[in-house]
Design a protein around this ligand. Structure first.
Ligand SMILES: [Zn+2]
Ligand SMILES: [Zn+2]
Length: 143
């Protein structure tokens, strides 16, 4: 810090070589003007205050950004949990009502089979009737 900065003079004392630059405004300053706070050199109390305020703002922004990330992660986890719950509930519903669902399917299948066999019967009967009527007609025509 006491090593002079080549070619630079203190902005407050033009005859004195600068030994440091202000951490906030980069102004060259001499050893007399330099104010060391928290390991950094500043030209004035104002620059130190600004640095503190900026530092706090940066901290605050980062903290808020961190909170946003945290909240986004929580939201993703909650969504996944909801999805898992829905899948689990659906699976659970099916396993619990498996016999009921299967019986319903069986009943529907039987009903369809019955209906279709009835329909087939009707078609067969009407065909037989038509055939016998045709036969009767032919026989009566031949007579
Ligand atoms: Zn400064
Ligand atoms: Zn100075």
């Amino acid at each position: 810090m006491s090593k002079p900065i080549k070619g630079s003079v203190c902005l407050n004392h033009p005859n004195v070589a600068a030994v440091a630059r202000c951490a906030t405004c980069s102004k060259p300053i001499c050893g007399e003007c330099a104010q060391v706070h928290d390991g950094s050199t500043f030209c004035s109390k104002l620059c130190y205050d600004n640095a503190m305020r900026t530092g706090m703002m940066v901290d605050d922004v980062q903290r808020r950004k961190g909170m946003a990330n945290f909240r986004r992660k929580i939201a993703i986890i909650i969504n996944l949990l909801i999805l898992a719950a829905i899948i689990y509930a659906g699976y659970h519903f099916y396993t619990r009502n498996k016999s009921k669902v299967d019986r319903k399917l069986q009943e529907t299948k039987q009903a369809v089979q019955q209906k279709s066999s009835e329909a087939a019967d009707t078609i067969r009967k009407s065909t037989v009737e038509r055939e016998s009527k045709y036969k009767r007609d032919r026989e009566s025509a031949l007579q």
